[in-house]
Design a protein around this ligand. Structure first.
Ligand code: FA5
Length: 339
């Protein structure tokens, strides 16, 4: 029995088969248990010899089972290691990563351009006090110019900012002119009760800028804006300055950029006139300086507010501003840049 049993055990090809053999040989219904059970029929003298022999056979077989079990387990681990090996030299899967929104990309380009000209970048408040959005910008209560920017009010004195100019007032108020001139830009989201169409949105982006110091002139305004526009658009486009009106600047201008892709099928965003207005600017009004505690007899300068969405539309030939806010992945992925 011991010899046959050992052979069977050694021939087992997997753990399940081994267990079946073990049960057959050593289990409750196995031959050894049967011998031990039959001991009661033996004489007192016979019992120790038969008992110890049966136990010896059982222990020997149990040991062979244990050995075989260890062997099979080891083989299983080795097989697993062989099949689950990772080849680290194989090229990896390219993970799908997100990208900055095209508006964010244009903001970064503008920030870089102005940082390069010595402007600092600041960030203001989307929910703004009426005092900074209008009052300190030479638009007292009931001033008709407030109607130029239809407003979402939160309370009587708090609103969703309608432009980025409140940051001008905030920075002017804070600036220590004994340390030098104030040169800042501020990008951000603004809100107006405008009706959405191809070039207007009720929520869009502007970048405000101002340069206040001694002897800052209209020529500085023109040179700075032309340089910035050329940085973003290159040399191909034409830039034109038109006289305009803003309560917080005097004189005031608006800047248009010429359209680009005019061919047999028509032009891009500015289909009819060939131009699109991208920013408002001017020489800061003395009342704005006074309201912030700055002496207009000593200090002066310029300010501008440019439409970031319009910049992005012109730069990339996008014909509808609503594309920026609909989050259509097919549109957004066109502007992915890697690395
Ligand atoms: C202003 O908001 C002034 N605060 C700009 C300014 C700052 C002038 C400092 C002088 C000194 P305006 O409302 O024109 O101006 O808006 C400025 C630019 O924002 C526009 O030239 C245009 O490019 C963009 N813009 C205005 N309204 C919308 C709109 N509804 N959707 C998308 N872009 C708009």
């Amino acid at each position: 029995l011991q010899q046959k049993g050992s052979q069977d055990i050694k021939a087992a090809s997997d753990l399940k088969q081994l267990n079946d053999i073990r049960v057959k040989l050593l289990g409750k219904k196995g031959p050894i248990t049967e011998v031990l059970r039959g001991m009661r029929d033996l004489t007192k003298e016979e019992r120790p010899a038969v008992g110890s022999f049966a136990n010896k056979v059982r222990d020997a077989l149990a040991e062979v089972v244990d050995q075989k079990k260890a062997e099979l387990e080891q083989a299983k681990i080795e097989q697993q290691l062989a099949t689950e090996t990772i080849d680290v030299t194989l090229p990896g899967d390219q993970p799908k990563i997100g990208a900055h929104h095209v508006i964010s990309q244009v903001i970064e380009q503008l920030e870089d351009t102005f940082l390069g000209m010595g402007f600092k970048v600041v960030y203001g408040y989307e929910v703004e006090e009426e005092k900074y959005n209008f009052e300190m910008l030479n638009m007292p209560k009931d001033h008709p110019a407030r109607d130029m920017q239809d407003t979402f009010y939160i309370t009587k004195d708090v609103l969703m900012r309608t432009h980025m100019s409140p940051d001008e007032a905030r920075e002017l108020e804070k600036h220590d002119f004994s340390q030098g001139p104030l040169k800042m830009v501020s990008p951000g989201r603004v809100y107006r009760r405008d009706t959405d169409d191809a070039t207007h949105s009720h929520q869009f982006f502007q970048m405000e800028g101002q340069y206040i110091g001694k002897n800052v002139t209209m020529a500085d305004l023109k040179g700075t804006l032309e340089f910035a526009i050329r940085q973003i658009f290159g040399e191909e486009r034409e830039i034109r300055f038109r006289p305009s009106y803003f309560p917080f600047t005097e004189p005031s201008v608006e800047v248009d950029i010429s359209c680009f892709k005019c061919n047999g099928k028509g032009c891009d965003v500015c289909k009819h006139t060939g131009w699109i207005e991208v920013l408002g600017a001017g020489m800061t009004h003395p009342n704005v300086l006074k309201a912030a505690g700055v002496d207009p007899e000593i200090y002066g300068g310029f300010a501008f507010g440019l439409g970031i969405d319009r910049f992005a539309m012109l730069k990339y030939g996008i014909d509808d501003i609503r594309n920026f806010y609909q989050n259509d992945v097919r549109f957004l992925t066109q502007f992915e840049k890697r690395g």
